[in-house]
Structure formats: C-alpha cells, structure tokens
Design a protein around this ligand. Structure first.
Ligand SMILES: Cc1cc2nc3c(=O)[nH]c(=O)nc-3n(C[C@H](O)[C@H](O)[C@H](O)COP(=O)(O)OP(=O)(O)OC[C@H]3O[C@@H](n4cnc5c(N)ncnc54)[C@H](O)[C@@H]3O)c2cc1C
Length: 455
C-alpha cells in the first residue's frame, strides 16, 4: 500500500527531494533546467517543476516515480516538449526529461528504442540496414515516447495505420513505480491504455518498433484541386485504392483564393509510372519530383528552420486538430474556412486535410470517428504579430471543438482546447470505462501527467 501523501512545503518545493536515493542519472534543480522544463512549443502555458530528472536508466524513472508517489508529488515524462498546452508540465512537481534515454538498436526487423530518441535518430539507424519504421509524423524531431503517447498520425496511415499501430512491445514505469513490459499478449490492458494514452497510466521508457523494407527514393507529387469536395473525394478514392504509399492534403489561401493540394508519394521513384498514377486524377496542376527517402521524410525540416529564423517558432501555437467522419467533413471544413478572418490563423499557419481508413487504426487510441473513412482536419495556428491573440485563438478552438463534436468528430489531442472532464469522457467514448479502470489500476494515486487535465 502506498503511504498517504505528505504535503509539499510551499516555501521550497525542492525540499521534498532531500531524501532521494542514488541514481544512475541526475536530479537537477538549477534555474536553466527548470526554465527549459517550464514551457513547450505552444508558448502559452508556463509552469515550473520543482525538479527535473535526467534519468540514466529506466530504473531511475521507476525509483523517482515511487519516491514521488510516496510523497504525493506529481510527475510527467517529457520528450521534446512539442505539445502545445502544458501537457508535459508539472507545477512544483517532477519532470522526467527522457531525452537522456535515447539509444536506438536495430535487432532483426525491429528497432528497440529508448523513449527519448527522436524519430530522425530511429530512421537514421535503420536505413543503413535497408529498413524503416512504416509510419511517421511529418516532423521527425519529436520523441518516440511523445508521439506514442499521442498516437502519431501521418501520410502512411492508409497502409500502416498510426505509429502506435506499429509497436510490438513497450517497457514502461507505471504510476506505482513498477518497471514492466507490456504487449498485445502481455498485460494487454496496460499496452492498450499506454499507446495514445497521453501519459495517464505509465511512462514509456522503451519501445520495440516494427520495421519494414525501406525504399531508396520516392516520387513525390503535389496535385492541385479547386474545392474542398474535389479534394476529399479524390483523397477518398486514393486511400481506398492504396494507389500511393503516402497521402496527405492541405488547404492554402493563395492569391486566387482557397486552393487545395494532395501531396502523394510513390515509393521507389524508378518504378513510378506517372501516367498510371496521375492521369485520371482530375487535378488542375501538378508538380513532380524524385527525392531521396530520408529527405522526403524530413522534408518539412527546412520550413521549420525558416519559421525559427523568422521568429514564428518562438510565438504561441494554439493548434487545433480534429478527426472528422467522411459524412460531415465537407460541411465542417467549408464552414470553418468561410468563417476565418485575416488574423484567425497567423503568418505561418498550415491547414491539413487528409483521409484516414479507420480500420487501419487498430489500437483503441487515439479515438477515431465511427465511420470507415475519416479525415484529419488541423488548423496549425501561430499567434503572429498582427494576428489574433493566443487567447482569442484558443477561444476559437473551443468553438471549433463543439462544431467537431456536433459533426460526429473527435479531437486529436495534441493541441490547445480548454476541455472539461465531461468533454474527456465524451472524447474517449466507448473506451472510457477501460481507460479509467487502467488509470485506477496503474496510477491509483493519480500522480502521472497532470498537464493533460483528464482526471
Ligand atoms: C512541428 C510539429 C509537427 C508535428 N507533426 C505531427 C504529425 O505529423 N502527426 C502527429 O501525430 N503529431 C504531430 N505533432 C504533434 C506531436 O506528435 C505531439 O505533440 C507529441 O506528443 C510531441 O512529442 P514530444 O516528444 O515533443 O512530446 P512532449 O511534448 O514532450 O510530451 C507530450 C505528452 O506526452 C507525454 N510524454 C512524453 N514522453 C512520454 C513518455 N516517454 N511516456 C509517457 N508520456 C510521455 C508528456 O508528459 C506530455 O503529456 C507535431 C508537433 C510539432 C510541434
């Protein structure tokens, strides 16, 4: 039994750490480290932890979770801090900076990865052996633990599902400080509640990831469409057919008004037959290029560097990400775009609109709409100078969330929306009883990941 929590002294939150046992890594209290763990990519929520653990081993994570549990101190894992709403923050608690656990080992057709490793490191390690993870996010500098806690959606979803669908085994530390492994056959309840589980039941310390043969090069197409309906209809056909290995879409405001793009890739450029792949797609224009596979996966990195140089990276990012059923997607997207004003999105905004075959997403989380075909619809906003304030954008996100729910959609929980407990219960839907039971089983004192504000 866990002893009752001892209150944290308000005057010096770090005093609670004065009896920490020997660790392989280090516990940090210095201002620079606390400052770095106090913010995130969203730049809207700032909460300082009392201490930051840079673990030298998974055992360190277990030791400190047990230590904190005995004292009623909250704990969260942190990967790259690229969430947007304080999800990896713990006011006056312990942040575990998993970046110090970042090894990647390729064993047979798997990658055995410490959870702080970035996806760029995973693919750099696997490619020399001709292998690759099958599913990616569009940015590779996110941690494995961070995206596996969210879900990990990307353009390979039509063939391979989400990143969490491609995990074979996890090593985790539960909220009780137990270091254990789980998989589809070993403690499957824990496995199901951790993948996409927003850090509520355990901290991931290691993941065994499936690998598949990697292409050397990619033929990459950008095809233009004149309307939302034209885009989504074509995307629906393409994802059902599986014609491309990678498929996403975007809406962009151009000098000619809203324009819609499919970005599609055929792996192994030398085998790609342009006529077979694109002649019947009804696009109004096309760009085609052959690119090295890694450069293709990493292709938004230069844009992120540009955003950094322009100062946009350091501004608030009140992102909104939703999953809409095919039956309502056009209405919601058209209404949303029509309602946007010049300052609604900011200077470096991206609007994603791409299809998902929900049956390919086999893990219960992230929760998908209840239709065979769904769409990711994301409004990746930046509160740039002259645009709406971050607070106004967050308020607009809440309105968008209500419209999403009304349309039978779900939230993809990486962005910034103020949600109540009732909203979360609705969000998890049929999986809520299982998720809540797992939380009570594996984190009975409720110390893990308070920044998600679910329990
Ligand atoms: C530029 C950019 C592009 C993105 N593109 C995509 C995309 O294409 N597809 C997509 O799905 N998402 C995308 N995201 C969102 C991203 O996947 C999530 O925000 C992800 O959680 C961030 O990973 P991180 O390592 O920064 O996690 P953090 O922000 O550090 O943590 C996020 C949450 O996960 C928890 N957590 C972190 N590590 C662990 C762990 N090891 N065990 C348990 N809990 C943990 C934290 O406590 C926190 O609650 C993008 C984000 C950015 C900034």
């Amino acid at each position: 039994m866990t002893p009752p929590p001892v209150p944290i002294p308000q005057s010096d939150p770090a005093a609670v750490f004065d009896a920490v046992p020997a660790l392989d890594g280090e516990l940090r209290f210095d201002g620079a480290t606390l400052e770095a763990a106090s913010g995130d990519f969203g730049r809207m929520v700032r909460q300082s932890p009392a201490a930051v653990l840079r673990p030298g081993s998974a055992e360190d994570v277990a030791t400190m979770v047990r230590y904190c549990g005995e004292r009623g101190v909250k704990v969260a894992g942190r990967g790259q801090g690229h969430s947007t709403n304080g999800q990896a923050q713990v006011p006056a608690g312990l942040v575990i900076d998993l970046g110090s656990l970042d090894s990647v080992e390729i064993r047979d057709n798997t990658a055995v990865v410490r959870s702080g490793a970035r996806w760029s490191a995973v693919v750099r390690a696997s490619l020399p052996l001709g292998l690759t993870p099958p599913a990616f996010t569009d940015y590779l500098e996110l941690s494995v633990g961070g995206t596996l806690s969210a879900g990990g959606l990307g353009g390979q979803i039509g063939h391979h599902g989400t990143q969490v669908d491609n995990v074979l085994e996890l090593e985790v530390v539960t909220g009780e400080g137990e270091l254990t492994t789980c998989s589809p056959t070993e403690r499957p309840d824990l496995f199901r509640a951790v993948l996409g589980g927003l850090g509520q039941c355990a901290i991931i310390t290691r993941a065994t990831l499936a690998l598949v043969p990697a292409p050397r090069s990619v033929r990459f197409y950008v095809l233009t469409y004149p309307s939302v309906a034209a885009l989504t209809a074509r995307e629906a056909e393409l994802i059902r057919e599986g014609r491309f290995d990678y498929l996403i879409g975007q809406a962009r405001l151009t000098p000619d008004g809203w324009t819609y793009f499919i970005e599609a890739a055929a792996y192994d450029a030398s085998a790609a037959d342009d006529a077979r792949l694109t002649d019947d797609l009804g696009h109004t224009s096309a760009e085609v290029q052959d690119v090295d596979y890694f450069d293709f996966l990493n292709r938004i990195a230069p844009t992120m560097e540009l955003f950094k140089s322009l100062g946009e990276w350091a501004r608030p990012h009140p992102w909104y990400d939703s999953l809409l059923p095919a039956s309502t997607v056009n209405d919601v997207v058209m209404e949303t775009l029509a309602g946007l004003k010049s300052g609604s999105l900011g200077a470096s905004a991206v609007i994603l609109l791409y299809p998902i075959l929900t049956a390919k997403c086999r893990t219960p989380l992230p929760v998908m709409p209840d239709e065979e075909l769904a769409y990711l619809f994301s409004l990746l906003k930046t509160a740039s100078p002259g645009a709406d304030s971050a607070e106004e954008m967050v308020a607009a996100n809440r309105v968008q969330y209500d419209a999403t729910v009304e349309a039978g959609g779900r939230w993809y929980p990486i962005g910034s929306v103020p949600l109540t407990t009732e909203d979360w219960v609705h969000h998890f839907g049929a999986f809520w009883p299982e998720f809540r039971a797992a939380r009570h089983r594996y984190d009975p004192d409720g110390i893990l990941t308070p920044g998600q504000r679910i329990f």
